[in-house]
Design a protein around this ligand. Structure first.
Ligand code: 1HE
Length: 258
């Protein structure tokens, strides 16, 4: 497996910790790194049930490594964007849910990577921006598809038109991140969430990762039919029958009990 030094991957029981490790360049994403992410999320070891993606140093990621951008012609540019799409598809539609733990800059391509994850935990230092607007380019890593679903079209357009920087608190209000924690507490929170996610029935996690986004992208009629199909499949699994039995016989936790 070809994992570059700019990625550190560590398995802790059922959780895979994936660290972007290029702090001197503020975790800017060069080709090697994006290909490395594609490899990591295409080859999740058996037994892993959830992954946590985070960054070394003071920032989650400064986005695309701009030093590589100037050298590309049009076809290479298209292929480069499609390479990002491929890698981020492996995160979003891979085999395990991914929790992003964000701090410092989460900008440009870094914001696109975080958008492909399933849950986002932000530390207080986090700030979000899409400097593509100011750099004379456009997002190329899937933000135009994923980000409006999280924060809305108008907010994304505002970020690119005006270069607006969004704070960690605003990120919560806009629906980008789901948790806001104090500085240096993100990884702990991310691992805590990953452990909870790992306890779910496999079918539930599968449906949330692979079926829910397709339902959202469909018309209401198709979406409702897909929902009926997946809920019936999920309920007929032995795991669901056991869990329902556990609840009815008083062995399962009530809602809100930890
Ligand atoms: C970089 C990059 C980078 C830092 N590409 N080298 N992204 C951006 O437009 C964001 C550009 N970066 C910044 O605005 C700032 O670096 C940060 C706000 C993220 C962090 O500031 P700071 O003060 O902590 O670091 P720094 O001093 O600006 O940067 C340290 C080094 O990292 C410096 O290199 P050095 O050799 O002079 O030490 C920077 O040049 C380098 N560096 N960010 C290359 N992005 C799929 S398409 C996606 C399109 C995009 O993502 S466009 C948005 C790109």
């Amino acid at each position: 497996m070809n994992i570059p030094e700019s990625l550190i991957v560590e398995q802790q029981d059922e959780i895979l910790l994936v660290k972007i490790n290029r702090p001197k360049k503020r975790n800017a994403i060069n080709d090697e790194l994006i290909l490395g992410l594609e490899t990591v999320f295409s080859t999740i070891p058996k037994g892993v049930k959830c992954a946590v993606l985070y960054g070394e140093g003071q920032h989650f990621s400064a986005g695309l490594d701009l030093s590589e951008l100037r050298e590309r012609d049009i076809v290479e540019g298209l292929q480069h964007s499609r390479m990002w799409h491929r890698a981020l598809e492996k995160i979003q539609f891979g085999t395990v849910p991914v929790v992003a733990v964000i701090h410092g800059a989460c900008v440009g391509g870094g914001l696109e990577i975080a958008s492909a994850c399933h849950i986002r935990v932000a530390e207080q230092s986090t700030f979000y921006a899409l400097p593509e607007g100011q750099r004379g380019i456009f997002v190329g890593g899937g933000a135009s598809v994923r980000l409006p679903k999280l924060i809305g079209v108008a907010r994304m357009a505002d970020m690119m038109f005006t270069g607006r920087v969004i704070s960690a608190e605003e990120g919560i209000l806009m629906g980008f991140s789901q948790y806001l924690v104090s500085e240096n507490k993100g990884l702990e929170k991310g691992i805590e969430l990953a452990k909870k996610i790992s306890l779910n029935a496999e079918m539930t996690n599968y449906a949330l990762m692979h079926v829910l986004p397709r339902i959202v992208d469909s018309g209401a009629s198709e979406g409702l039919m897909m929902e009926s199909l997946i809920s019936t499949i999920a309920a007929s699994s032995p795991e669901a029958k056991k869990r329902l039995g556990d609840f009815l016989e008083g062995r399962a936790k009530k809602v809100g009990e930890d």
